[in-house]
Design a protein around this ligand. Structure first.
Ligand code: AHR
Length: 525
């Protein structure tokens, strides 16, 4: 039955026509939630760094030029590890350009985004900014596009050796007496992508990554290395790439990366395929399972005792290929910090985004790190106006609430019964996606999306015997699926208390109505 979405309130939405059930069982755990699952990504791209986190002269800028209003929002978002400085950008980056006196730093062409890089922000600024946010971890990427082993080793020596060598003393002279102590390192970025500067085939990349990994470990055996997996599940080389690259690097790396971006594709009739878009988590889940299988197969083939996990270090909704993502063009046109990839996220985008987070949590045994791409202005949960305010996009809310309640917790096995619906891209998919996380304090939070475009859902949660007594549910849902937060209306979309949530203390059963196209967090204390 197709029903109209008729109201704006989550307590009086369309009549319930579907049901689903989640059984929360404390005895069946998936894995502890690694804080690194709530990582994000800052690339030298568009206005992410410049006029994003760094805008000297802005009324909110501190003595280092960092916007304090942005720092506040990053703290509220709850982002942990920050991947830096790219992305495609890193494949042409010379890290030395970004250190030392700012007046001496060169301006360079950035081939990835057809922009000019001023290098006024570099490794030291990033480390300082992270310290100011809340001591967040830096995850650094090395350039394996235009560069290779030598420069990766130089950067590691510069960053992590306490002193006594030319490079480590240069760092100290540049103002960082203590080493940066960077643990996580990406061995290049999306090297399988033909768009990548210095793109390589799996064989060549695998050999290079293996030698860089071995060399880096000679300098610092404690580094955690991320080898490039596929830049999307749909790459022609997917599978074979993982197999070849892991075969060459397995013993010397700790993670293989996955990247995935989703958007509702345009159909022949000019409308968008929302049903498939809402099921993007199904593709992400399959991607993770496929990569996990490649890891297991390699481990078995090599008779290894070593474990490799997944770093899902780029994920988001991205209207890739559409107007906001079009690079500047022209031999004389290399702007500084142009407006690029400034997607404005809607309510439906936030629901899909929340669903992707649920999917990452459900796979917490294999995915030990993830980076929301990106953090500010560029396909980001936080937007800023140059010289003006900063505000939260719709996607900010599922991220911040999930981070708040899931960090430090344990994912429980999702025993979920739900109806299904048909999609053009993925066939028949579950209508409900959900996961339960038991917090360090024993409180249970269930994160759930209703992917149905038409029907509300009566969602039942059966709690374990020692359940709490109070329930609080918050939902992101808008009748206007395309409602968004903008400069002119910064709080149009936000979370609402979902007053339909009830808990029967005698049976430990919760019922909550999930509006169509909605994301909800149900917390029991
Ligand atoms: O996040 C935007 C871009 O997407 C990154 O630079 C690249 O790694 C990916 O293709």
């Amino acid at each position: 039955m197709t029903q109209q979405i008729t109201t704006t309130s989550t307590s009086s939405h369309s009549p319930v026509s579907q049901t689903s059930r989640l059984i929360v069982d404390n005895d069946f755990e998936v894995a502890p939630v690694n804080d690194r699952l709530f990582g994000s990504f800052v690339e030298h791209l568009g206005r992410c760094v410049y006029d994003g986190i760094y805008e000297p002269g802005h009324p909110e800028a501190d003595e280092d030029g960092f916007r304090k209003d942005v720092i506040e929002l990053v703290r509220e978002l709850g982002a942990t590890t920050i991947r830096y400085p790219g992305g495609n950008f890193v494949s042409g980056y010379r890290w030395e350009d970004g250190v030392g006196p700012k007046g001496d730093r060169p301006r360079r062409l950035d081939l990835a985004w057809h922009s000019t890089e001023t290098n006024q922000f570099g490794l030291h600024e990033m480390a300082k900014w992270l310290h100011k946010v809340s001591g967040n971890e830096l995850m650094e990427a090395v350039n394996l596009g235009t560069r290779g082993l030598k420069n990766a080793l130089d950067l590691l020596e510069y960053a992590n050796i306490p002193g006594g060598t030319e490079l480590s003393e240069r760092r100290r002279a540049n103002g960082a007496d203590e080493p940066f102590g960077i643990r996580m390192w990406c061995l290049g970025n999306e090297m399988d992508g033909p768009w990548q500067t210095g793109h390589k085939n799996a064989e060549d990349y695998g050999k290079l990554a293996a030698s860089v990994a071995a060399g880096m470990r000679m300098i610092d055996p404690d580094v955690e290395l991320v080898v490039c997996g596929s830049s999307s599940h749909a790459m022609d080389t997917f599978g074979e790439w993982e197999e070849t690259v892991l075969d060459k690097t397995y013993e010397n790396v700790d993670f293989v990366s996955c990247h995935a971006y989703y958007h509702p594709e345009l159909k022949a009739d000019g409308t968008r395929d929302m049903a498939s878009f809402l099921a993007s988590g199904v593709d992400m889940d399959g991607f993770i399972k496929d990569v996990a299988a490649a890891i297991d197969a390699t481990k078995a083939r090599l008779k290894s005792r070593h474990d490799v996990f997944i770093s899902f270090d780029e994920w988001n909704v991205w209207y890739l290929g559409e107007e906001p993502s079009r690079n500047p063009e022209g031999i004389g046109n290399w702007p500084v910090a142009p407006r690029l990839l400034e997607d404005v996220y809607s309510a439906v985008d936030a629901v899909v985004f929340g669903d992707l987070l649920i999917t990452l949590l459900r796979n917490a045994d294999r995915v030990h790190a993830a980076s929301l791409a990106q953090l500010v202005n560029v396909i980001a949960p936080i937007m800023t106006e140059t010289g003006g305010p900063a505000w939260r996009q719709t996607t900010f809310y599922p991220f911040s609430l999930t981070a708040k309640y899931a960090k430090g917790g344990t994912v429980l096995e999702p025993k979920l019964a739900s109806g299904t619906y048909e999609t053009a891209k993925y066939g028949e998919v579950p209508t409900i996606n959900a996961v339960a996380v038991r917090g360090a304090d024993g409180a249970v939070t269930v994160f759930v999306t209703n992917r149905s475009l038409e029907a509300a859902n009566d969602f039942e949660i059966r709690l374990p015997e020692d359940h709490g007594t109070t329930v609080h549910a918050q939902t992101l849902h808008e009748d206007d699926l395309l409602a968004a937060n903008t400069l002119d209306d910064q709080t149009r979309v936000t979370l609402h208390d979902n007053d339909t949530a009830t808990l029967d203390p005698a049976t430990g059963t919760i019922h909550v109505t999930l509006p169509p196209v909605s994301w909800t967090a149900v917390r029991v204390k």
